[in-house]
Ligand binder design. Sequence first.
Ligand code: GTQ
Length: 352
Amino acid sequence: MHAANPAPEAQRQRADYYGRIGTRHMTPLWEVLGALVPPQPRSPAQAHLWRYAELREQVMEAGRLITAEEAERRVLILENPALRGQSCITPSLYAGLQLIMPGEVAPAHRHTQTALRLVLDGAGAYTAVDGERTTMRRGDFIITPAWTWHDHGNLGSEPVVWLDGLDIPIVRFLDAGFAERSTQQSQQPLRPEGDALARYGANMLPLDEQPRPADPAKLFIYPFDRTKASLVAISQGTPDAHHGFKLRYVNPATGASPMPTMGAFAQRLPAGFETQPVRATDGTVHVCLEGGGEARLSGPLGDVTWRFQENDVFVVPSWHALQLRADRDALLFSFSDRPVQQALGLWREERL
Ligand code: GTQ
């Protein structure tokens, strides 16, 4: 990769050689070394923002074209513009907008992929995870750990839309995908609503439980009112220069991310506050839940600035510097593959 242009004769000999070894399924490292082992991440993903006004219009049209049952999951995948056809928003993460109309159900199934939901719009839907239903309220963060049964339904009178985040590309990369449909359309509730939150979400645990790190998290609902109350309360203090007031969601039984493959975060930026630029190796999907402002990104391909408002979704690829400014008090949700990177000792952040 550092060599000067070789003489035409040498070039021909090499091309001929590459052709011959190619037929035997070999290829020279020295032609690709720089791309294989880059000095720093050069994400194939592109920074992009999806406006909710447009997303909503398109997903509502899907609501007129196909039923949730027919589709199994009526979802519009948010595809990274530079990764079209790959069903992913970053190389490691999947994101989509799921719609469920009044009276509909999305049938029960389970898979080795882990899912997270962030409720965006409408009221009256529920998600059931391993036999317990939870009502979905705007801003609620809900997880479906790997291989847990889950189904969704809408008992209300409004369309309900949420963001799905899954580790589909990670599981695909590892060739470890299994899925199964339940014989039940909707799971029979085994416990009353609120049971997991009461048992696992109050800084206590059932007497005889000793959670091991690899066990699926038992707490699967993080109500928005609690998240917001925490962020507002800590806003009495001094904001972090690069992140404002930011918390990460954890499994309270272990202190680790509630999902081994995906980490999730909630962040509050008071009106007028501007963060200092920061870049990290985890490509991150952001959702504005409240307020609005401006996001400035700087990556290897240049700079971009977006204005964002409620329910807009934007993706910041690996090693792109991000700077946020709130016009009005802003509350953002985000998720990334940070727990995987940290488990492998790969995660880096640079505060600029
Ligand atoms: O709700 O189970 O967006 O299995 C993609 C795959 C949602 C789900 C998605 C899924 C689901």
